[in-house]
Design a protein around this ligand. Structure first.
Ligand code: BJW
Length: 237
């Protein structure tokens, strides 16, 4: 019997693929105000600003230099080769995990390559620029499409499935996340209260919640994640 594994990832895992984190020096929140671009109120106030922000980030995914790194690839290999269940829960809205081959994956903060219609609720594949003049292909209403991302004050996606998996896992890994944003930041407390899972943080530096984990492994994700995946597959964790 192999314990189910739940893995939470954040912006740090995609840093070495060329995508900015939010709260590191020079990160996204040092360039734009989160109240302006990552809240429903900001979108109501200035939809063009918000569309421009996400259009630029969507465009950056097409840069040939932006591709999965060794950490994304190691997690895809873990899902393929581990004899038990592996669920990957990412806060990232980029598509690097799926490009690396991960399939059992939840994007709890949404996906950059999707749009959502506020008129009919459709979620649409939308790899190009999105704007106020676009119409929903399902209900034909114009100007009600928004990026399919979770802003502050909104409820992250698939929470029931995530908590079910947390409640049944034997190992929880938290990779490349600052632990500053809830509910993801609270997963480790949730697990420690239940007491059944080993919890490990893999990050560049200890995060805000580092002391809540049983173990911490620190260094660039492209190095520490493949090494740790090898120890799991060798049955040493
Ligand atoms: C490396 C590395 C390398 C660098 N290798 N590592 C007061 C108390 C508690 C909660 C709240 C509160 N007031 C408000 C709230 C709730 C609020 C919240 O948490 N606010 C906090 C700021 C306090 N949360 C919400 O509103 C959420 N919704 C919610 O709570 O609903 C209620 C509810 C929930 C559940 C059930 C029922 C009800 C929604 C949060 C939405 C977050 N959205 C964003 C933006 C949208 C997507 C996008 O544009 O991309 O999501 S914010 C932004 O932060 C983004 C990220 O996913 C998220 C997390 O950031 P992440 O990934 O941790 O990045 P960084 O930059 O912070 O950290 C990077 C880490 O990597 C660092 O540690 C580096 O060291 C490391 N690193 N290079 C390894 N090479």
């Amino acid at each position: 019997m192999h314990d189910p594994i739940v893995i939470l990832t954040g912006a740090g895992i995609s840093k070495e693929s060329g995508l900015d984190t939010f709260r590191c020096e020079g990160g996204i929140w040092s360039k734009v105000r989160l109240e302006d671009v990552a809240t429903p109120e900001g979108f109501l106030r200035d939809p063009d600003l918000v569309h421009d922000f996400y259009n630029a980030r969507r465009e950056s995914l097409r840069d040939p230099a932006v591709r999965p790194n060794a950490a994304h690839e190691a997690l895809a290999r873990l899902e393929r080769d581990y004899p038990g269940e592996v669920l990957l829960v990412t806060q990232n809205i980029d598509d690097l995990h799926e490009r690396a081959g991960s399939r059992n994956l939840i994007h709890m903060h949404g996906e950059l390559t999707k749009a959502r219609c506020d008129a009919c609720g459709s979620v649409l594949h939308w790899p190009g620029p999105l704007g106020q003049g676009d119409s929903c292909p399902n209900c034909a209403v114009t100007g009600r499409l928004r990026p399919h991302v979770v802003w502050f004050g909104e409820i992250p996606l698939d929470m029931e499935r995530i908590y079910d998996a947390l409640d049944n896992c034997g190992l929880f890994l938290s990779i490349g996340t600052s632990g500053a944003v809830y509910p993801a930041a609270g997963f480790v407390q949730h697990l420690r209260m239940a007491g059944q899972a080993r919890t490990v943080e893999l990050n560049l530096d200890p995060s805000e919640g580092a002391s809540l984990f049983h173990d911490g492994i620190y260094g660039p994700a492209s190095q520490v994640v493949p090494q740790f995946v090898e120890t799991i597959l060798a049955g040493k964790v």
